[in-house]
Design a protein around this ligand. Structure first.
Ligand code: PLP
Length: 429
C-alpha cells in the first residue's frame, strides 16, 4: 500500500527522496491536524444548523432572472449566512464582484461626506488604498469627502491603545479592522484579539461602527468576529465561504441597519435588497457554504504542512510551524528569484487545470516589481484553490494559500519542493 502510494507519487513527478521527507514531516502533524478537524466539525454543524433553521428547500436552489423580486433562494441564503455568523442580517450576492467590491460597498454605504474612517491596525490591503483614497483614485471615498486616519500597530504587534484613543474624534464614524495580514509581515489577528480591540473602541464611543475585513478568515476558528462585537463583517466568496464552488460573489453580514445601507449602495437607494437576480448561482452558493468548513480545513492543513516542510529546511516561514492559525495564508521566504520561480512552477505543475504551463514573472499593474503567480484553478483567480504568488524582490518571499482537498494541497507543496530540489536550490536532510 505504502509502496503503491509512493509509486503513484513518482508517476505524477515526485521523487522518492522528496516523498519520504514529506511523509516524515506529515507524521509529526497528526495532533495539529486533529485540532483542525475538530474546528471543521464544529463549523460544519454550525452551517447545517443554519440551513435547517431557515428551512432551506429544493426551491431555494433554482434560478431567478430579470429584477429578481422574491428570489426565495437568495433571501433564504442571506438568512443562512446571518444565522451561521450570528448576525441580524446579511447581503450575499453574485453582483458583488470580489472582496474589494464588498468592502467598498460596505464602506461607501455607511459613510457620508464629512465622516472619518479609522484603521487602528495599520495599512489596509493594497486594493483598499484606492477605495479609501490613500493612493489618489477616481471615485475614492476621499473624493466624496470622507477622510481617513490610521494608527499603526506597535513594533511588538500589539494595539496602540493610546494612539487609537487620540485618533478617535467627533468625525470618526467607522473603524475598519483587517483580520488577515495580507501581504504584510504583522501577525494575523485572532478573533479573540479582534474582540479585545472592539471592546476598547466601543469604550471610547459605543456608536462607532466596527467593520472587520474577514477575507481568508472564515471558519478558521470556531468563532467569527461578528460573535465578538463586530457590527459588520465582509468577505469574498472566491475565498473560504464559497467552498471552492461559488463562481463569484461577496458577503456583508452584520447589524440590519448597516447591511441595509450597504444594499442601497450595491443596487440603488430605495431598492436595496429587493432586487438582484441570482441567474442560477444559488446552488453553488449553498453547496459551497456547506463545504466551506472542510475546504478551509484542507487549506489550513496545507499551510501548516508547508510551514513545517520549509521551516525544517531552514527557510523563514510566517506563521511558523507551531503557531496557532487565524487565516489560511502561509509565507515562505526563499531568498532568491530562482527559488520563488521554482516554487510557483511546482504549485502550477500540481494543478488539475493548466498544469502544463510554466508561470513567468511579469510587470502586473499596481505592483512595484515583477510578480509571479501560480494558479491552476477551476474558478479564475480563486484563492481558496491552491495558489501562490511572489513578488520578485528581496526578501524573495512567496505567499501560498488554498487547496480544496488536503491531498491536493500536499501534492502542491511536495511539487514545489521537487522543483527546488531539481534545481539544486535545497538540500534534503
Ligand atoms: C483578498 C483580500 C481582499 C480583496 O479581495 P479581492 O477579492 O482580491 O478583491 C481584501 N482584504 C483582504 C485581507 C484580502 O485577503
Amino acid at each position: 500500500m505504502i509502496n503503491q502510494k509512493a509509486e503513484m507519487y513518482e508517476k505524477i513527478g515526485i521523487s522518492r527522496e522528496v516523498w519520504e521527507y514529506g511523509e516524515h514531516t506529515a507524521e509529526r502533524l497528526s495532533s495539529r491536524f486533529q485540532q483542525i478537524d475538530e474546528t471543521a466539525e464544529y463549523n460544519q454543524l454550525k452551517v447545517i444548523r443554519a440551513m435547517q433553521e431557515n428551512r432551506v428547500s429544493e426551491a431555494c436552489l433554482y434560478a431567478s432572472s430579470g429584477y429578481g423580486y422574491n428570489d426565495i433562494g437568495r433571501d433564504t441564503l442571506e438568512k443562512v449566512y446571518a444565522s451561521a455568523f450570528s448576525t441580524e442580517d446579511a447581503l450575499v450576492r453574485p453582483q458583488i464582484a470580489c472582496g474589494t467590491h464588498a468592502l467598498a460597498v460596505a464602506l461607501s454605504g455607511n459613510l457620508r461626506p464629512g465622516d472619518e474612517l479609522l484603521s487602528p491596525v495599520g495599512k489596509p490591503y493594497d486594493t483598499l488604498e484606492e477605495v479609501i483614497g490613500i493612493r489618489p483614485s477616481n471615485g475614492s471615498l476621499a473624493e466624496y469627502g470622507v477622510s481617513y486616519r490610521q494608527v499603526d500597530l506597535l513594533p511588538d504587534g500589539s494595539f496602540d491603545y493610546e494612539g487609537i484613543r487620540k485618533a478617535v474624534n467627533d468625525k470618526t464614524k467607522l473603524v475598519t479592522i483587517q483580520r488577515s495580514k495580507g501581504y504584510q509581515t504583522r501577525p494575523t489577528l485572532s478573533v479573540q484579539r479582534i474582540g479585545e480591540l472592539i471592546r476598547f473602541i466601543k469604550s471610547i464611543r459605543p456608536d462607532l461602527i466596527c467593520m472587520v475585513d474577514n477575507c481568508y478568515g472564515e471558519f478558521v476558528e470556531e468563532q467569527e468576529p461578528s460573535e465578538v462585537g463586530a457590527d459588520l463583517m465582509v468577505g469574498s466568496l472566491i475565498k473560504n465561504p464559497g467552498g471552492g464552488l461559488a463562481p463569484i460573489g461577496g458577503y456583508i453580514a452584520g447589524r440590519r441597519e448597516y447591511v441595509e445601507n450597504a444594499a442601497y449602495r450595491l443596487t440603488s437607494p430605495g431598492l436595496g435588497k429587493e432586487v438582484g437576480a441570482t441567474l442560477g448561482v444559488n446552488q453553488s452558493f449553498y453547496q459551497g457554504f456547506f463545504l466551506a468548513p472542510s475546504v478551509t480545513a484542507a487549506a489550513l492543513k496545507g499551510a501548516v504542512f508547508a510551514a513545517n516542510i520549509y521551516e525544517r529546511l531552514g527557510f523563514p516561514v510566517l506563521p511558523d510551524g507551531k503557531e496557532s492559525r487565524h487565516d489560511i495564508i502561509q509565507a515562505v521566504t526563499l531568498g532568491s528569484p530562482e527559488a520563488v520561480i521554482a516554487f510557483c512552477r511546482g504549485i502550477q505543475a500540481a494543478a488539475p487545470v493548466d498544469s502544463y504551463v510554466a508561470p513567468e514573472p511579469w510587470a502586473m499593474p499596481g505592483y512595484d516589481s515583477d510578480v509571479i503567480m501560480a494558479a491552476g484553478a477551476f474558478v479564475q483567480g480563486s484563492s481558496i484553490e491552491l495558489s501562490a504568488d511572489g513578488p520578485i524582490k528581496p526578501p524573495y518571499a512567496v505567499y501560498f494559500q488554498g487547496g480544496l482537498t488536503w491531498a491536493h494541497a500536499k501534492l502542491g507543496i511536495l511539487m514545489s519542493l521537487q522543483k527546488l530540489w531539481e534545481a539544486n536550490l535545497v538540500v534534503l536532510p
